[in-house]
Design a protein around this ligand. Structure first.
Ligand SMILES: Cc1cc2nc3c(=O)[nH]c(=O)nc-3n(C[C@H](O)[C@H](O)[C@H](O)COP(=O)(O)OP(=O)(O)OC[C@H]3O[C@@H](n4cnc5c(N)ncnc54)[C@H](O)[C@@H]3O)c2cc1C
Length: 475
């Protein structure tokens, strides 16, 4: 509990309307989009400039408070849940696009800018910012950078890391950092920028980013393939890649996802199919025509049950929008939705789908699977109820066994959602104590006090004030 004097001081430095300290306000800042992970901050602060962040950090150091950076809280690994209490530091009011540099093809923006706002701003100048997480209408650039977010275009265009040229921000001790710049090549010293991308708010607070832009593709074509056996869809993905075709997008939805999306968006998807692939090729018109023909050829070879081409850009956009609703559509089915991020080499997709089907039967769980199939990045999502302890135990057993298989195939426990609190146990399985130990030493170098977003990625010591919901891992 902070004293009135501390709250007054914060309000004076950051602005009276940018500091929340009443319990009913703080409850809202205790969680993100992750089930089973909650905390309660002592105070929530939303600075509007770097000076405000500096002042907030100074108070935290004086009062011994931990700090949890927070973007739009769409994270699905628990990253912005303040599990150790302290300060929830919201970046959403730092939301200016500072510059679009058409000579160097860069954009510089504050961390709280919403992803799609940057996309639209650069598109209006004839430029393209490709990273497009499904949450892009809400998520912030700072959150995208801290999670190294992927998206539907990741297959051809890469993930957020591939577009971060420079970062500015602050360490917990108040040190300001500037790393990178507008130079296309820059190997001056260790790349702190690359350490910060994907650091989940545990190393530094990102306040501003300079991002790489590219010219937009001139043309695109969207294909939709339906399958009666999901393993054939997995095989199709592997074969398209093996045919040296890299579509911009290659997304998969299984039967349960198709039905949830159809219930929600009613766009005429066939409810009886086991899977669909949404494939988009883009680029020079001649290349688009050639690649679309190549994709069709592979789909015929693997005997896809139906193949359609989007009639026009509007229909293509509707299909992509429908895929983006997958998580929200599945979330309507039950009180608790647990989404995972299992990622495998693309040649192992068919085997992974078979394993998911086997484990669903073994553990009697309702799981919808969709994701960025072209990246080997699947989101098996359990529709469950955290009040039902037996069902939750089954869901965790399902995911635990699935991750054993994923790791045995050379996969990873997170392709894009990060580790946060939700996947710490799985990360330990993937990296072992040796790998985690190196990460702890990096954390110590940036944040020796351990007060910046504690309890995330790996356990240091148990955090007493964390609220643990049924099931799940320790925080
Ligand atoms: C419907 C839905 C669809 C999604 N689709 C995708 C997808 O396709 N691809 C994908 O990768 N993810 C996806 N996500 C997950 C999530 O949207 C991303 O991880 C996103 O990058 C989080 O951004 P945010 O602004 O909400 O960050 P938050 O959730 O608020 O924070 C995420 C992490 O970043 C840290 N952080 C936030 N801002 C800063 C900052 N300025 N400086 C330092 N650390 C910071 C936080 O401490 C936390 O650890 C989806 C989520 C939902 C709900």
């Amino acid at each position: 509990m902070l004293t009135k004097a501390v709250i007054d001081h914060l309000q004076q430095k950051v602005g009276i309307g940018n500091v929340y300290h009443e319990r009913e306000d703080l409850l809202v800042y205790g969680y993100d989009a992750t089930p089973e992970t909650r905390g309660l901050p002592d105070v929530a602060v939303f600075p509007v400039n770097v000076e405000g962040i500096k002042a907030a950090l100074a108070v935290c150091r004086e009062e011994g408070l931990s700090v949890t950076p927070r973007g739009a809280a769409t994270g699905i690994s628990g990253g912005s849940a303040p599990v150790a209490g302290g300060m929830a530091l919201g970046l959403t009011r730092m939301n200016r696009i500072i510059e679009i540099d058409e000579e160097n093809l860069t954009a510089t923006a504050e961390a709280g800018v919403i992803t799609v706002d940057l996309f639209n701003a650069v598109a209006s100048r004839g430029l393209f910012y490709p990273p497009d997480p499904g949450s892009q209408n809400v998520s912030t650039l700072g959150g995208n950078i801290a999670e190294n977010a992927g998206g539907l275009r990741g297959l051809k265009y890469g993930v957020t890391r591939n577009y971060v040229m420079a970062l500015s921000g602050l360490l917990y001790d108040g040190t300001e950092f500037f790393t990178g710049g507008k130079c296309v090549k820059d190997v001056a010293g260790y790349s702190l920028r690359d350490l910060l991308v994907g650091s989940e708010g545990t190393l530094g607070i990102i306040t501003e980013a300079t991002l790489r832009l590219i010219p937009p593709p001139q043309d695109k074509r969207t294909l939709l393939a339906y399958f009666r056996d999901i393993r054939t869809a997995g095989e199709a993905v592997s074969r398209i890649i093996a045919a040296r075709i890299i579509p911009a997008t290659m997304e998969i939805m299984d039967k349960m996802t198709i039905n949830c999306v159809e219930d929600y968006a009613a766009i005429g998807l066939p409810r009886d199919m086991a899977a669909l692939l949404l494939i988009e090729v883009d680029g020079h018109p001649a290349v688009v025509a050639e690649e679309a023909a190549g994709v069709r050829r592979v789909l015929e070879e693997v005997k896809a049950d139906e193949v359609h081409q989007a009639a026009d850009a509007t229909q293509a956009a509707r299909l992509a929008a429908a895929r983006r609703t997958a998580l929200s559509a599945v979330a309507r089915v039950s009180p608790t939705t647990i989404i995972e991020d299992a990622t495998v080499p693309r040649s192992c997709l068919a085997e992974t789908f078979a394993e998911i089907e086997r484990l669903k039967e073994k553990y009697h769980v309702r799981v919808a699977t969709y994701g960025h199939a072209g990246d080997g990045n699947l989101h098996p999502t359990a529709a469950t109820d955290e009040r039902n302890t037996q069902e939750i135990a089954n869901v965790h057993a399902f995911f635990s066994e699935l991750y054993d298989k994923v790791l045995a195939m050379g996969g990873t426990v997170s392709g894009e959602h990060g580790i946060g609190t939700a996947k710490k146990e799985y990360l330990l399985r993937q990296l072992g104590e040796g790998g985690i130990g190196v990460m702890r030493r990096i954390k110590d170098a940036f944040d020796p006090s351990g007060r910046l977003n504690p309890g995330k990625i790996f356990s240091d010591k148990p955090i007493a004030s964390a609220v643990r919901r049924s099931g799940g891992q320790d925080v």
